[in-house]
Ligand binder design. Sequence first.
Ligand SMILES: [Zn+2]
Ligand SMILES: [Zn+2]
Length: 177
Amino acid sequence: MENIVIPPELEPVIAFHGHFCPGVLIGWRAARLALKLLEVPRDRDEELVAIAENDACGVDAVQYVLGCTFGKGNLLFRDWGKQAFTVFRRSDGKGVRMVLNAPDRELTREESAHRMLEERDEALFTIMEPREPIPEMAKIRSSGFCSLCGERVMETRLEQLEDGRMVCIPCGEKERA
Ligand SMILES: [Zn+2]
Ligand SMILES: [Zn+2]
């Protein structure tokens, strides 16, 4: 994509994601908007929790900019295929849901990138109240062992076979196949 000037603050986001695309820009804009609307800095230790309603490119920018990550457990994925993100601050439970507005006509990738870089927040997103309550804090769960493969498994992911043995999900699937 030519004629696109990448602002310096966006460079590390693109480096993290690996390539430049309109999709990563959606997450970048949504994450920055969330920080602005909630008047918070990047998450360090679960001060924020985010819900992504898709698992596309933009989620990488959400993780990088918001610090809400899959590993910390404060990024939740809803497999709904929508360009929508909800972010809450834990201090008082305030949250915001941002839904990307469709452009008024079909755009090329380059036009789409320009739109994501230049359009005002309010034109880019519909901003509304969260649609669901603030998620619980991530828990540290105890673990047990799968009696078939012997590997250690989070307790809530162990399942019981008819004969009573506790097994991991892939072993359970194999047993039933
Ligand atoms: Zn991408
Ligand atoms: Zn197993």
